[in-house]
Write a protein that binds this ligand. Structure first.
Ligand code: TXA
Ligand code: MG
Length: 319
């Protein structure tokens, strides 16, 4: 495995070639880092599953360069999905649509839908564009962490997660800290109205403003496999708890204005909700590095991005 922390255009071309040849390339996006594979190469995609230790019925998101690539991968695309894509791509939003024959079972986990996203990160877009120049159609990329663990938001975290599981020809590309910090909003577009399957930085309010509608499905009644239906997801080794006081020696994550309990170890001091999302995963990781056993999180209140943060913290707190 080769680690390139600030790839040049030439190195991005080389990475695109590596993908086309069936190797894996971890790369930055604005949400979290992804572990990429050629989305039409079954062998490469199966390596993504084995490296992550992820069950094969758990679908992958295909990353494309623009809305123009949608028709390759999806059919029967509703008007509201086009509106969302036009408004929020490139951006932290994944659309779940009826799949075209290109989206094989090994990408969709056997479901008849496919998840698609255009990331808003300069290096990710450059990589996808170079990949498409070589005839590539899309890069399948789950978050670059082992199954159930915290998603990486910088190159060091990717190395820590997957460094010794990757092979000689695989690459890890760096592009600084992910600016959003939590995974994309996933919107199911296969029904009459948009349904949010995973909250993120594209908020309910934003979706409603563009489409005039919003639903949140009862996830427990859904047959599709989405993150968080499983217990313990996005979890560090330390135990994550909410609504408790932090004792001396325990980790503490809260807005800067919340006083740190005596003896507790402050892991993040965000001033606003965007910063909370930006800092969250690094703070959870830092706890593990410091050997902290328990992390107390004071959840942000309100709507918007706070909903995504509470979702991830709640899932991290399940054991
Ligand atoms: O921000 C993100 O979405 C990041 C970056 C790398 O793009 N990716 C990411 O991928 O979070 P992953 O695999 O860790 O989580 C994506 C989730 C999967 O767990 C899966 O449940 C859901 O998206 N998903 C993918 N395709 C789906 C589909 N066709 N139907 C329902 N859920 C789907
Ligand atoms: Mg993930």
């Amino acid at each position: 495995m080769q680690l390139i922390s600030k790839p040049t255009q030439k190195e991005i071309k080389r990475a695109a070639r590596a993908l086309k040849d069936g190797n894996l390339v971890a790369f930055p996006t604005e949400t979290v880092y992804g572990l990429g594979a050629d989305a039409v190469n079954e062998k490469a995609v199966s390596r993504v599953y084995s490296v992550k230790g992820r069950p094969t019925d758990h679908p992958l998101i295909v990353h494309i360069s623009s809305i123009r690539q949608l028709d390759n991968w999806a059919v029967h695309i509703p008007e509201f999905a086009i509106k969302l894509a036009s408004e929020f791509w490139p951006g932290p939003m994944t659309l779940v649509l009826r799949r075209s024959p290109l989206a094989k079972d090994f990408i969709t986990g056997g479901q008849n839908t496919v998840g698609l996203r255009v990331p808003n990160q300069i290096l990710a877009l450059a990589l996808i564009n170079e990949f498409e120049k070589l005839g590539g159609l899309g890069i399948a990329a789950p978050s670059a962490n082992k199954f159930g663990a915290v998603s990486p938001t910088n190159i060091e975290a990717v190395k820590e997660e997957l460094g010794n599981l990757l092979q000689t020809q695989d690459l890890i590309l760096g592009g600084g800290q992910s600016t959003v910090g939590v995974e994309s909003t996933i919107i199911d577009c296969t029904r009459a109205y948009p349904n949010v399957l995973r909250p993120g930085a594209i908020t309910f309010e934003m979706i409603e403003k563009i489409t005039g509608h919003i639903n949140t499905l009862d996830l427990n009644q859904m047959k599709v496999r989405v993150p968080g239906l499983l217990n313990s997801h996005y979890s560090p080794k330390a135990q994550v708890v909410v609504g408790q006081n932090a004792a001396p020696g325990e980790g503490f994550i809260a807005f800067a204005h919340v006083p740190t309990p005596r003896g507790a170890i402050r892991l993040a001091t965000p001033d606003n909700i965007e910063q909370f999302a930006y800092d969250l995963y690094s703070a959870l990781r830092r706890a593990d590095t410091l050997g902290i056993r328990k992390i107390v999180v004071v959840q942000p209140e309100g709507n918007g991005l706070a909903i995504a943060i509470r979702d991830r913290v709640n899932k991290a707190s399940k054991t």
